[in-house]
Design a protein around this ligand. Sequence first.
Ligand code: C5P
Length: 416
Amino acid sequence: MFVVVGVTGGIAAYKTVQLVRTLVTNGHEVHVVPTEDALRFVGTATWEAVSRNPVTTSVHDDVAQVRHVALGTSADLVIIAPATANTLAKMAAGLADSLLGVTLLATTAPVVVAPAMHTAMWEHAATQANIATLRARGVHVVGPADGPLTGGDSGPGRMVEPDQIADAALRIVDATAPDATERQAPATADLAGLSVAVSTGGTREPIDPVRYLGNRSSGRQGTALALAAAARGAEVTLVAAHVDDGVLAEASTHPRVRIVRVSTATELGDEMTRAAARADVVAMVAAVADYRVAEVSHTKLRKEDGVPRLELTGNPDILAGLVAARRPGQTIVGFAAETAATEAELIERGRRKAARKGADLLVVNLVDWDQGFESAENAVLVLDAAGEIVAEASGTKRAVATTVLDAVIALRTAEI
Ligand code: C5P
């Protein structure tokens, strides 16, 4: 593949050397187009050495070959890493005052930007408006990640690691290829650099060594959410209680999904609390038992002893605990399976639960004896913390997951 790597003037340019190297090692034809400012951080000789191609910043070099247009029209993929606030502003305005600017206007290939800047610059309304403009124009935004920044500060603004950028960009090309299917990559890597914690499946509360109180959750919706988040570039911890056979097969081989198996609500609560401590997005999709048996028998209850009377005790509401311990900037999503006679009743129950739980989003779905559980399909309403419907989806659990993640991104973008 013919890849143009645009490098702009940020210290993260030194990491882009690794990005170019990875692309070249994987057999791609890479042309680096630095801005003048980028060359203050990493010089032409380095870019030429790693890309194995000549490097220029000027539209006036190689005029006979119309190089500025040729680069753009030949590209199968353009990656800008790091993308400074200045470059994002220029891109949004369509400026062509450098070889990179001209290349960007000349290309029809997918364009992936990996922003890198101080948190204050990233959060500035101007930068956010420029990012929104670029997204609307189909530009793919990878990151920025949250972490230590040059100068000792910490926060969103760190360039996503080079291998993750390469991975996200190549998947975007796969996804935008004409024969791409839903199973391949999505058209965005808008969760790259983010950590996502998802719970799935149904908990089992032991009665004795052979019996338990459980529920019918198959684990499909939570696993679909985890896979959809990973496909959009997130690092995912999937805390899985009991799930149907085969449900975890794809997730267990995904390089960005870590599966933690649990059984009881207490174990699920412990693992989700641990994962949430460093997560940017938390989704409680699991069907958690509200009650457990107060005194678990360590020997099998026997028929001869008569019908047992089980005393139950309440389990803590894990979601409420996660909301109470929320990290700054963390987005928390709850799920609520409800039985309701009408959609109005479903919405009303969802609204009351949204108010009670305090999550940023509550995904409500109708369940019944023959609906909601164990199937590959789902139909949901997504409510915000105020109980307003912000999205609706029906179809495969993967399609529902995509809608939920879109709502998460919309919320996070609005909050910046
Ligand atoms: O109140 P209800 O059980 O319907 O709420 C469902 C939501 O709360 C789900 O997100 C579920 O994972 C979560 N939950 C929880 N701890 C419980 C019960 C439910 O986190 N003990």
